[in-house]
Design a protein around this ligand. Sequence first.
Ligand code: UFG
Length: 389
Amino acid sequence: MLGDSGSVITPNAPRAGTKNIACAYRIATAPCRFGARAIIAAFFNPETYVWPSPGVGHALQNSMRVLVTGGAGYIGSVVAEQLVKDGHDTLVYDNLGKGHRGAVVEGAKFVEADLTDGEALRRAFVEQGTEAVIHMAADSIVGESVANPSKYYRNNVVAGLALLDVMNKCGVRRCVFSSTAAVYGEPRRQPVEETDPTRPTNPYGETKLAFEHALRWYECAYGIRYASLRYFNAAGATPDRGEAHDPESHLIPIVLQAAAGKRTHVEIHGADYPTRDGTCVRDYIHVADLARAHILALSILDQRSAIYNLGCGGDGYTVREVIGVAREVTGRDIATHTGPRRPGDPAVLIASSAKIRTELGWSPQFQDLRLIVESAWAWMQAHPYGYGK
Ligand code: UFG
């Protein structure tokens, strides 16, 4: 127990999750038009579900004590799930501002507190004997960041620095950071490499880049090693954890909400881009593949710091292609309406992930967009109220 500042380390109580998994399995094995039934059944069957395997020779050899900030959020909860499955001592530190208590994996300890609560953080480090931090607590909506940069500087920079300062005081010298493709702004060439210029076009990308710069200087001065993972478009779900934002701004859950009848239509933000069908191209990466990269990244921090892009590469998918795949997966009509461009959207964003593939042996195992959409649809069907009810 941590005591009096409102933060308490609690072992995460077991939840009745099997019903949802069984439900997801039933949905996943329903007939679908593209004939991937066998793959999908294996993906969602709790008996056969296989997490992405680590790259050969790069898995962490020993169990580690890892504190995950934002571990009750969409990506953070899957990272914590993967850590627990791999046998790491996992502590989720989250103020539940946007995260969900129900998303915290069974087997992780949980502290509900803010990053700026230095005393709660210090006690969490001491009590766990934290060896590494995976820092995922942040605000991440581009449009909101333009309207309210103050919030983004406070939560993504000021709170992040508070974390680094307590890490430094407590001797925690390893940090995996959840960064973003938004640090590149409007890239001049595709696929984007880590050495390409960083020119963010909104406060979200700018604040993430500011924290990356802070990491570099904190390493020089205090020896804190870091791995910055620049995500492209995270999507999909595991059987127990999926995307539950309110309001939702990401394309795939919005399209699936329309398929589920929760929205009348999908607004396509611009169809006059210089792309194959006029809509924006993005590089979608399954959240379980992202999670695996975080654990691999921990393994290098004894030797060095690094920055990696995380996407699947290839040709990516246009907005219309995503909607087409969702129609196939759900077997439902999805109405669309073409509106104006959304400010700040680059036409194309595709990652070169050659660096992380070569250096860490990572490769995406759910590269097919149909599997990504299928997993998100199954999760949505099994959790119609998200983590709410
Ligand atoms: N889109 C629509 N309609 C919608 C929602 C999205 O047409 O209702 C389009 C967007 O305009 C964009 C594409 O679908 O072209 C993907 O949009 P998302 O909001 O799902 O994702 P973004 O590409 O905007 O954002 C992602 C990450 C951010 C990151 C950004 C980098 O979620 O964290 O890439 O540009 F900053």
